[in-house]
Design a binder for this molecule. Structure first.
Ligand SMILES: *[C@@H]1O[C@H](CO)[C@@H](O)[C@H](O)[C@H]1NC(C)=O
Length: 198
């Protein structure tokens, strides 16, 4: 009985090499508030948790990993279109680039403010482009969902005591410093008046 295995392997190899030709690699980064390394519920270390009511920066990086010029790029990220979940603060979740040279990167950055807590569905960013006039499509790897936490959880789990003390210190300096400053300037005013009177 003849074996179809070599043919199958050849087919798989062809498939793999054709997908490997996708020359545009898109990565998506959603960066919330700064934190020292802290262990999240899922047991992973998270650096910049996304917090409700706080600005989060979305960065899409487009990398030409192929060996030909990429042209006529139109990229759209639909994940942040849900206005119940996000308010767009600045920038736009879409962009056009005339070209991306071999080995070069282009970035698209915009700022959103999450309005909800929990997992919000994340869609891959989609880029349409051409290589030697042939239309192609690339997708960013999907995160599945973006996890948004409350300010309280952020304070409890991610903002370390050091940061809280800094804030407390700044707040108390401002609270104590402003009346002191007003008193000083008033006192100087009185002194000045006295000098003039003499
Ligand atoms: C573009 O990004 C890729 C992947 O992160 C990196 O390997 C490459 O060095 C970058 N190229 C430039 C010109 O920065």
């Amino acid at each position: 009985m003849p074996s179809f295995r070599p043919i199958l392997l050849l087919l798989v190899a062809c498939l793999l090499s054709s997908t490997a030709q996708a020359s545009l690699i898109i990565s998506k980064e959603v960066s919330g508030l700064p934190s020292r390394l802290a262990l999240s519920d899922s047991g992973r270390y998270e650096r910049n948790p996304v917090v409700r009511g706080a600005d989060a920066t979305v960065t899409l990086t487009l990398f030409n990993a192929g060996d030909k010029l990429i042209e006529n790029v139109v990229i759209v990220d639909k994940s942040f279109k849900d206005t119940a979940a996000y308010t767009l603060v600045s920038g736009k979740p879409s962009a056009k680039f005339a070209s991306i040279a071999v080995n070069a990167n282009r970035t698209l950055t915009f700022v959103v403010r999450p309005n909800v807590v929990g997992g919000v569905r994340d869609y891959p960013a989609v880029a349409e482009y051409t290589v030697e006039k042939t239309p192609k499509t690339a997708y960013s790897a999907s995160k599945g969902a973006i996890s948004i936490i409350s300010q309280r959880d952020y304070a409890a789990n991610f903002a370390q005591n050091g940061d809280k003390w800094t804030l407390f210190l700044l707040a108390s300096v401002a609270a104590a410093g402003i009346p002191f400053y007003l008193h000083q300037t008033a006192a100087e005013g009185i002194q000045g008046d006295k000098v003039k009177a003499q």
